[in-house]
Design a protein around this ligand. Structure first.
Ligand SMILES: Cc1ncc(COP(=O)(O)O)c(C=O)c1O
Length: 484
């Protein structure tokens, strides 16, 4: 300090020192420790890292920077050192807090020994925690889920809205329009549970492994991105995928790493799943695969698939889009895997059941994750009308059996016609991959008949045709006959 420094200048200097001390010094110390072959570093930040506090920006910023430094160092030195962050987002009884706060306030603070469970857990864990920032507050609520999901902010909150079925028959002041008919009601918890039970009977697993969700697969996928994808995080996907879902990754600043399937000489597909393993880096935060029933109606060989799954670090969630799985009675799917891997199956009523407009879907998962995922959907977002309609349809097997048999009839018709024309094709679901000589010409001619086929480049000389009604199928066959 010099004689002519003003109070303001002194304050500025102090603030800059705070910034340096709390972020750059740990950065340099961490790098030094890595150089000295230290195998594990835990950087301690605080709740200030994720809040704005008036007149404390240097302090808050320094904690925020420290968390970023932790992530980046962890990614860079993944193979040398496990670097992780612990965000202590509660005030504890410490020498410092005793000086800052009044005696009364100090008495309400937590004892430092409360930090032991999360601290010991981090100490025990391996590489899977590298680059993650664990929150004391969230761990206090559920330590297991904090170490598994890590990006979860929901379990901490108990919104305590007394709108559950527990209060049935009572007048609940819940903001519902009391003068309307049944459309004025939020869905009840029991109606959700009931539908989960119907699904459970249908697919033969416990309702504890089923989570009903609104918005179909599109929305459930978005929820997984919300949990696992932050800016710069990498997500491994197949290029043969349902492209619109990828937007959920991109919106969050995630980076796509695409695995390209290749064709075998017999036109079957090689999904090249080994490339998942070679594409995994320290920044990989999620893997999204579409079940092979999507295009070819086949499945992964279970041994081969498990061999790949065994090589994926257990902290990386694997999301399998099982949109078309209901067309098959027994085929490898996530139900066979949820107890052994960090894997989730996304399912929908949009396809076999023909209930697209109700926008319902469900997630298959290990029961340990049910609460956290269920709480990730916003308040009562599932529509009562959808629940009722889907429950009714699922409970009457005649409805979906009729749709299924009509579709099967058309599939047989198309397959026979294609055999007659000696046109090769693949596929065992709603979609047929039809191999033609001049794909562009046929797409063009079909368009004139108001049949629109997306031109997917990685299928050279093949049409991805969604089986339609007889009228459309005849148009397709006629055009192929004429122009192929
Ligand atoms: C592979 C795949 N996943 C997801 C979806 C969307 O499903 P949902 O209607 O449940 O959002 C589709 C729709 O065609 C799809 O083909």
């Amino acid at each position: 300090m010099t004689d002519n420094q003003t109070d303001n200048q002194i304050d500025n200097q102090k603030n800059n020192d705070t910034l340096r001390l709390n972020s750059l010094i740990p950065y340099e110390l961490s790098k030094y420790a890595i150089q000295k072959n230290i195998k594990k570093i835990i950087n301690i930040s605080s709740g200030a890292a994720i809040m704005y506090q008036k007149d404390m920006i240097e302090y808050c910023l320094s904690k925020n920077i420290l968390e970023s430094i932790t992530k980046h160092l962890a990614y860079q030195y993944y193979d040398k050192c496990i670097i992780t962050g612990l965000r202590i987002d509660s005030v504890f009884k410490t020498e410092m807090s005793s000086k800052i706060y009044s005696e009364e306030e100090y008495e309400t603070f937590l004892e430092p020994k409360n930090l032991i469970p999360i601290f010991l857990t981090i100490l025990k864990m391996g590489k899977e925690l590298s680059g993650k920032i664990y929150s004391y507050n969230r761990s206090k609520h559920n330590l297991y889920l904090e170490t598994t999901f890590n990006n979860n902010f929901v379990t901490e909150y108990n919104l305590d809205f007394k709108d559950t079925d527990e209060f049935n028959g009572k007048y609940i002041s819940n903001g519902e329009n009391k003068f309307s008919n049944e459309y004025g009601k939020y869905p009840s918890d029991n109606s959700v549970k009931k539908l989960e039970n119907v699904i459970s009977n249908l697919i033969n697993i416990s309702p504890h492994n089923i989570i009903l969700n609104d918005g179909g697969i599109s929305n459930s996928f978005d929820i997984f991105c919300k949990h696992f994808v932050n800016i710069g995080d990498e997500v491994i996907c197949q290029s043969l995928t349902f492209q619109p879902l990828l937007l959920s990754i991109i919106q969050r600043g995630g980076v796509l790493k695409l695995i390209q399937p290749t064709f075998n000489s017999d036109n079957s597909l090689n999904y090249n799943l080994e490339n998942i393993i070679t594409n995994i880096t320290s920044a990989t935060k999620m893997i999204y695969l579409v079940h092979p029933t999507y295009i070819y109606g086949d499945t992964f060989d279970i041994k081969y698939f498990k061999n790949i799954l065994d090589k994926i670090p257990k902290n990386i969630p694997i999301i399998i889009d099982e949109c078309y799985i209901d067309y098959f009675d027994s085929i490898t799917n996530t139900i066979d895997l949820i107890n052994d891997y960090f894997i989730f199956g996304l399912r929908t009523f949009s396809k076999l059941y023909g209930l697209t407009s109700y926008r319902l879907g469900y997630i298959i998962c290990n029961k340990a994750y049910k609460t956290i995922i269920q709480n990730s959907f916003t308040f009562k977002s599932i529509s009562t009308i959808s629940i009722n309609a889907v429950s009714k349809s699922l409970s009457d097997s005649n409805i979906y059996n009729n749709i299924k048999s009509e579709y099967l009839k058309e599939k047989i018709f198309l397959k026979n016609e294609l055999y007659k024309l000696k046109i090769k094709f693949k596929g065992d679901t709603l979609i047929l991959v039809i191999f033609v000589n001049d794909k562009n010409k046929i797409i063009e001619e079909l368009e004139k008949e108001n049949i629109i086929i997306p031109d997917i480049s990685y299928f050279p000389n093949s049409l991805l045709y969604t089986i339609g009604k007889r009228n459309e199928n005849i148009k397709l066959i006629t055009i192929i006959k004429k122009f192929n």
